[in-house]
Design a protein around this ligand. Structure first.
Ligand code: TYD
Ligand code: MG
Length: 452
């Protein structure tokens, strides 16, 4: 082997430099560089043994066979199931439920497909057993391996030939080829690359679990996003039982798909109808609450949005938003002031999406406007009405994508009336038994919602 090269790498963004730097020129982090020794040997070809060019027409396959994991919400985010040799990264905050979902998934894989190797560098077999008991999982086909050296993991895997492998977490494993500490960017990348070569060579699906760390801390799973086939992030609020598994990258399916779960005493429970769940505790006939129809991934979800508008006690009015973008809230308040004639200059405005959900699409705009006006005027909205629509800077209400899907979902949950952009109302082929009112600007919307 040729001589190993020393490089310095930023532990927060992965930038590498031939010499040590006090400040990272890429991400601006201070004192984030540490030494990594890189062996210059070339990475082995993914298609083992054959690295020459081949004509496109001679490549067969294309319709990858998917094997369902057996947990519908997980299969949905995976794009229909597991593909041979796929490497899946599951990221999320510590304590969100990554080890729980993976244990539930491998229990299902083990019963359908055979032995699963669960490598844990974080917890002892006893700790995993405790969790398994809580989830009522007991199987001879789940093999626990407390090991952190990636070469050892691979030699066990080579002998065992498992149906799937889990590495919990990728931050704890390291390769002996590098001298840097486990958890550093170089170690995480190199260990993940080795697991990936194994996956591609043997056709075994590999799950890598990664903690998302707060800024400035050791390397997070983001440095692996380009390497792996599928990236799933676990989102949710510790204070709420709802957990959302979101696809942010998928070489074998659509991205932006979500799976919804509820954390219970006996593990994660699938929620196949999220709208009903997000609306279950909705207070009826109180001001400041609206229901919006949002598209999460490919799926319409109805959620409750609350606003509280109250007089400012100190000089500066406060604006707080939970679940929607803060700048978007400020923009909509400005539109309301200027175009709707509603003066919020002396008012605090708080917005919250119930259930800990985050909504980024502008289709929530009209709902935010309706909730603010409803709270401001202390007039409750009709509980059987829902809204959606994007609001522009001139107060115009613009059409959004997939209007029909949103209305269909609301009809399923039992809504009777919809206030939607005129552009959407005109294009509708079916009203699904609802009374649909198209509006062109926020004045019309406020009038039709009945909070004038
Ligand atoms: P865990 O899967 O260990 O999180 P991660 O691997 O992402 O760090 O789950 C952590 C939390 O979930 C923990 O606070 C306990 C809770 N939990 C339940 O509420 N019910 C359960 O059945 C299990 C297994 C965990
Ligand atoms: Mg864990």
């Amino acid at each position: 082997m040729s001589k190993a090269k020393t490089v310095f790498q930023c532990q927060s963004c992965g930038y590498s430099s031939p010499k040590w730097l006090g400040k990272c020129p890429d991400c601006g982090a201070w004192n984030s560089f540490s030494e990594e020794r890189q062996s210059p040997k070339s990475l082995k070809s993914i298609v083992d043994g054959n690295s020459g060019p081949i004509p496109l027409s001679s490549v067969t396959g294309g319709n990858e066979k998917r094997v369902p994991v057996g947990i519908a919400e997980l299969d949905r985010v995976l794009g229909g199931g597991l593909v041979k040799g796929a490497v899946i990264l599951i990221g999320g905050d510590p304590g969100i439920g990554k080890s729980t979902i993976i244990l539930q998934a491998i229990s299902s894989i083990a019963s359908l497909k055979g032995t699963v190797l669960y490598v844990s560098g974080e917890e002892s077999p006893e700790q995993i057993k405790l969790r398994a008991e809580r989830l009522s999982i007991n199987s001879d086909r789940i093999l626990l391996l407390p090991e952190t050296v990636v070469e050892q993991i691979l030699s066990v895997a080579d002998k065992l030939k498992p149906a799937a492998i889990v590495v919990d977490s990728i931050q704890t494993v390291y390769t002996e080829e590098l001298t840097s500490a486990p958890g550093s960017v170089g170690q995480i990348r190199e260990s993940a690359a080795k697991m990936m070569f194994y996956a591609k060579r043997s056709g075994t699906p590999v799950f890598l679990i990664g903690h998302v760390t707060k800024e400035g801390a050791i390397a997070g799973p983001r440095v692996l996003e380009h390497l792996v086939d599928t990236v799933l992030y676990f989102e949710g609020d510790r204070g709420h039982p709802f957990r959302i598994l979101r696809t942010v990258k998928n070489r074998f399916g659509s991205t932006n798909e979500i799976g919804v779960f509820e954390m219970t005493d006996s593990g994660l429970r699938e929620i196949s109808n999220p709208s009903e769940l997000f609306l279950s505790e909705r207070p009826l006939n109180t001001s400041g609450s609206t229901v919006i129809a949002s598209i999460e991934g490919t799926r319409p979800v109805l959620v409750e949005l609350q606003a509280l508008v109250s007089p400012t006690t100190f000089g500066m009015p406060r604006r707080t938003s939970m679940g929607i973008d803060f700048n978007r809230l400020n923009l909509l308040i400005a539109v309301l002031e200027k175009k709707g004639g509603i003066h919020l200059g002396g008012m605090d405005v708080f917005i919250n999406i119930v259930g800990g959900l985050k909504i980024v699409e502008p289709a929530a705009d009209l709902g935010i406007i309706a909730a603010i006006v409803s709270s401001f005027r202390e007039l409750p909205l009709d509980p059987q009405t829902f809204v959606f629509g994007e609001v522009g800077l001139s107060g115009e209400v613009r059409a959004v994508a997939r209007g029909e899907a949103r209305i269909k979902e609301a009809a399923k949950v039992g809504f009777k009336r919809a206030i939607v952009p005129a552009g959407n109302a005109e294009r509708l082929k079916d009203n699904f038994g609802l009374t649909i009112t198209g509006v062109r600007n926020i004045d019309e919307a406020i009038e039709h919602i009945g909070i004038l």
